[in-house]
Design a protein around this ligand. Structure first.
Ligand SMILES: [Fe+2]
Ligand SMILES: [Fe+2]
Length: 151
């Protein structure tokens, strides 16, 4: 692996870890909140999803996933990752609806758990698969590098 490939793989993993950490903090505040605080924390969670996580997913789809979908060895993995993005978007919309206390807890937990598993799959399967196929990830990300690496 070239130095740039090693660095970008590590940067993507670090950015994922930081998003998972932020998401868990916000999700925990939702789970622990009562009354008016529950509404405030729910809105904070949705705002974070809209500002950080969904643009990240969109950036991946137009770069890493678009390229990975052209590699026979990665087609099924990419299709499953896109399906997970769709589930995350659907859970976000459920959170933004009028959840009961129970559905708010369930959807918050489901979103957080799925996002963490999903990010791990990108780190451990998708990125290594793209690198193994000889893809120059740095060039692929181009102007969307910040959404994928955080800087
Ligand atoms: Fe993703
Ligand atoms: Fe990601």
């Amino acid at each position: 692996m070239t130095q740039d490939a090693t660095e970008i793989k590590a940067a993507i993993a670090r950015h994922h870890a930081s998003m998972v950490q932020d998401l868990k903090i916000l999700a925990t505040t939702v789970m622990e909140a009562d009354g008016d605080d529950r509404e405030r924390t729910r809105h904070d969670l949705i705002a974070y999803i809209d500002a950080e996580l969904l643009p990240h997913a969109q950036a991946e789809e137009s770069t890493l996933y678009a390229r990975g979908g052209k590699e026979a060895a990665l087609t099924t993995l990419v299709a499953s990752m896109i399906r997970e993005h769709d589930v995350l978007r659907s859970l976000r919309n459920d959170l933004a609806g009028h959840p009961t206390r129970t559905t708010l807890m369930l959807d918050t937990g489901a979103f957080t758990g799925l996002f963490e598993t999903h990010a791990t799959k990108e780190n451990e399967f998708l990125i290594p698969g793209l690198l193994a196929a000889g893809v120059d990830i740095g060039a692929l990300l181009g102007s969307l590098r910040e959404e994928l690496t955080g800087h």
